[in-house]
Design a protein around this ligand. Structure first.
Ligand SMILES: Nc1ncnc2c1ncn2[C@@H]1O[C@H](COP(=O)(O)OP(=O)(O)OP(=O)(O)O)[C@@H](O)[C@H]1O
Length: 594
C-alpha cells in the first residue's frame, strides 16, 4: 500500500495537470512526453544493454514518417498506419542492430550515426517523404468521437501511452531479461559463459529501442500532424543523448526525468538557442566527468559509499548433499585439438578424457596453453582442428551460451564478476537457464515472468546461504576483498547446476586459510556429482585435491596420471616443475590443507 500512494498521487497530478496550463504550455508538455518515450528507448539500449545507439532519432523519424506517408499517400486510417509504423520502426531497429553483432563501442556509435544520417538524407531528398518541405495534412487520429485535434485531449492519449511504455520498461529491467542485458553490458564474455545468447540479446536491445522510437513517432505524427526533416536531425539526436546522460542512462526513471527537464529547459532557452547547444554540451561533459551515472545515479553512489564502510564477514560454506551414485563414464573428450593464433600454436594435438565424478588438475608453465584449453572447451574459441565431445555429443565450436545450457560452467583467472550488479544479481544471472526466445512471455504472460523471478530469488537466497555470502548479498562485488570475489564466482558458476565445472586458477590471490576452504568447497562440489577440472599453480593444492593431473607444456600434453606418479616423471620435472613439485610435495600438501 505504501508503494501505491506515491503512484496514485502521481497519476492524479498527471491527470489534473492540463487544468492549470495554457495552450502553449500544454503543447510543451505534450512534446516533453514524446521525448520521454524516446529517452526510455535510448536508455534501454544504451544504459541497460550498453549498446551505443545514435540512431534513436531515426527510429522516431521512421515512426512519424510511416504514419505520414501511409495516411496521406496510401490513404490508410491513422491507427492502421500507426500499427504499421510501429512494425516499420521495429524492423529498422533490427536492421540497425545488425552491425552490433560484429562491432561494439565507438565503432557501433559511428555506424549507427551513419545510419541516422542516411535516414535524414533520404527524407530530405525522397519525393514520397515530401523532401525538405515535409508532409502536412496528417489526419487527426479518430477516437470514439473525442476530438484529438485539441492538444489538451491528446495529452491524455499520450499519458496512457507513456504510462504503459514506462511500466513495460520498468518491468523488463527488473525481470530476468533486464538483468541479462545489464550483465551483457558489464561483461559480455562472462554473460555468454553464463547462458546469455549475446547476439540475440543485442538485437533485442535495438528492437526495444526501435519500438519506443516508433511509439514516440506515432504520437508526434498525431500531435503535430506535420513532419519535416529538421525534427529528426543529428542535432536533436545529441539533444536526446544529453537528456539521457544528464538524467542517468542506467535508470529508466532517470531517462524520463532528463528528457522532461531538458525539454522544458529547451523551451525556456528558445531565444538563445545558439548558446543553449553550447550549454547542453558543457553540462553533458560535466556530468560525464563528475557523475557518470547521471542525476538518477547519485543516491546509489552515496549509498554504496556508506555500505563499503560496514563490517561484514564471509560465513562458513555449507556442504552439498552427497550424490548417492556418482555418474560414471567419460564426460568430456578432447580429441586431437589444435589451436593456432596466427603464427603461434597454443594447443598442439591435445587429447584428454575427463571421467565423470573426478577432480582433474591441469598444470603447466605460464603460456603452456591451459587457459586456451578452457576457452576452447567453453566455446570462446573454435579450435583450428580436432573435436570436443561433451556427454558423447560433439560440441566443437558451439557458442558459450549453448555449452552453458548443456552443463559446462567456468570461472575466470582474472575474475569476471558483473561489477554493476549486486552479488545476488550475479547469482541470479547464473540461475536463469532460459533461452532468449522466452521473451515472448514478457508481452503475452507477464505474470508468469513474475512467478519465475520469485522462484529464482528463492534459489538465489539458498545459494547465498550455502556459500556464506549473506553479509554481502546486496553489495557490489567490486568493492569486496579478492577472496570473497573468488567465492562469489564459484557460487555463480554453481548456480548453473553444471555437470562440468572448469576452475581457472581458483586459488590465485588467496591466503592459506582461504585455500583450505577452497579445497573443502571443491571436494563437496565433486561429492554432489559435479565433475571438476582445475587449472592451478598452487602445487600443494593440486597434489592434495586432484584425482588425476594433466601436464601441458608448449601446448602439448606431456604427462597424465595420478599426481604422485606424474610429479616424478623426468620430462615433467625437466619441462617445468623442477623441484617445486617432485621433491617436497608432501610438505606442500600439508601447508595447503592445514
Ligand atoms: N586470443 C589469443 N590471441 C593470440 N595468442 C593467444 C591468445 N590466447 C592465448 N594466446 C597465446 O597462447 C599461449 C597460451 O596461452 P594460455 O593463456 O593458454 O597459457 P596458460 O598456460 O593459461 O598461461 P598462464 O599460466 O600464464 O595463465 C600464450 O603464448 C598466449 O600468448
Amino acid at each position: 500500500m505504501k508503494r501505491l500512494i506515491p503512484l496514485i498521487a502521481a497519476a492524479v497530478a498527471a491527470w489534473l495537470l492540463p487544468y492549470g496550463l495554457g495552450g502553449y504550455a500544454i503543447h510543451v508538455v505534450d512534446v516533453a512526453i514524446i521525448f520521454a518515450v524516446l529517452g526510455i528507448g535510448l536508455g534501454l539500449a544504451m544504459g541497460v544493454a550498453g549498446q551505443i545507439n545514435l540512431a534513436q532519432i531515426a527510429f522516431f523519424g521512421v515512426g512519424a514518417y510511416a504514419v505520414a506517408i501511409l495516411t496521406t499517400r496510401a490513404g490508410l486510417g491513422f491507427w492502421t498506419a500507426a500499427a504499421l509504423a510501429l512494425l516499420a520502426a521495429v524492423l529498422v531497429g533490427l536492421l540497425v542492430g545488425l552491425p552490433a553483432l560484429r562491432m561494439q563501442s565507438h565503432y557501433l556509435g559511428i555506424v549507427t550515426l551513419g545510419l541516422a544520417l542516411a535516414f535524414v538524407n533520404w527524407i530530405t531528398n525522397a519525393t514520397v517523404a515530401g523532401r525538405a518541405e515535409g508532409i502536412s495534412d496528417i489526419p487527426v487520429p479518430p477516437l470514439f468521437g473525442v476530438d484529438l485535434s485539441s492538444e489538451y485531449l491528446f495529452y491524455y492519449v499520450e499519458l496512457v501511452a507513456f504510462a504503459l511504455a514506462l511500466a513495460f520498461a520498468l518491468f523488463l529491467t527488473h525481470a530476468p531479461l533486464g538483468r541479462r542485458l545489464r550483465a551483457m553490458r558489464d561483461d559480455d564474455l562472462a554473460a555468454g559463459a553464463l547462458g546469455a545468447e549475446i547476439p540475440l540479446l543485442r538485437m533485442t536491445a535495438f528492437v526495444l529501442s526501435g519500438l519506443y522510437g516508433g511509439i514516440a513517432g506515432v504520437l508526434y505524427a498525431g500531435l503535430i500532424r506535420f513532419v519535416a526533416p529538421e525534427t529528426f536531425s543529428i542535432a536533436n539526436m545529441f539533444l536526446l543523448l544529453a537528456m539521457v546522460i544528464i538524467g542517468g542512462r542506467r535508470s529508466i526513471l532517470g531517462c524520463v526525468v532528463g528528457a522532461v527537464a531538458l525539454s522544458l529547459v529547451r523551451e525556456a532557452l528558445l531565444d538563445v538557442s545558439a548558446y543553449a547547444q553550447l550549454g547542453y554540451g558543457t553540462v553533458v561533459v560535466l556530468v560525464v566527468v563528475f557523475a557518470p551515472t547521471g542525476l538518477a545515479g547519485l543516491p546509489a553512489r552515496l549509498r554504496r559509499r556508506r555500505a563499503a564502510g560496514a563490517r561484514a564477514a564471509l560465513g562458513p560454506f555449507r556442504p552439498y548433499e552427497r550424490a548417492d551414485a556418482g555418474a560414471d563414464g567419460d564426460l568430456l573428450e578432447i580429441d586431437g585439438v589444435t589451436m593456432r593464433f596466427k603464427g603461434l600454436t597454443a594447443l598442439d594435438q591435445v587429447s584428454l578424457t575427463i571421467t565423470a565424478g573426478e577432480i582433474r588438475g591441469v598444470v603447466g608453465p605460464n603460456g603452456s596453453g591451459k587457459t586456451t584449453l578452457f576457452n576452447v572447451v567453453s566455446g570462446f574459441y573454435t579450435p583450428t582442428s580436432g573435436r570436443i565431445l561433451f556427454r558423447g555429443r560433439e560440441v566443437t565450436g558451439a557458442a558459450p551460451y549453448r555449452l552453458s545450457l548443456l552443463g559446462v560452467a567456468r570461472t575466470f583467472q582474472n575474475l569476471r564478476l558483473f561489477g554493476d550488479l549486486t552479488v545476488r544479481e550475479n547469482l541470479l544471472v547464473g540461475l536463469d537457464r532460459t533461452r532468449t526466445r522466452w521473451v515472448w512471455r514478457y508481452v503475452a504472460l507477464p505474470w508468469s515472468v513474475l512467478g519465475f523471478e520469485r522462484a529464482l530469488r528463492e534459489r538465489a537466497g539458498e545459494l547465498i546461504d550455502r556459500f556464506g555470502l549473506r553479509d554481502f548479498a546486496d553489495a557490489a562485488p567490486r568493492a569486496l576483498p579478492y577472496g570473497i570475489q573468488r567465492r562469489i564466482e564459484m557460487a555463480r558458476a554453481m548456480a548453473m547446476a553444471p555437470a562440468l565445472l572448469l576452475l581457472d586458477e581458483p586459488a590465485a590471490g588467496l591466503n592459506g586459510e582461504e585455500v583450505r576452504q577452497l579445497a573443502e568447497i571443491v571436494r563437496s562440489i565433486r561429492d554432489s556429482g559435479v565433475t571438476v577440472v582445475v587449472i592451478e599453480h598452487n602445487m600443494g593444492l593440486v597434489m592434495s585435491l586432484c584425482d588425476r593431473v594433466t601436464v601441458l607444456s608448449g601446448g602439448k600434453v606431456i604427462a597424465d596420471g595420478a599426481p604422485a606418479d606424474v610429479a616424478v616423471q623426468p620430462d615433467v620435472v625437466a619441462a617445468y616443475l623442477g623441484d617445486s613439485m617432485a621433491a617436497p610435495s608432501e610438505s606442500a600438501v600439508e601447508e595447503a590443507t592445514r
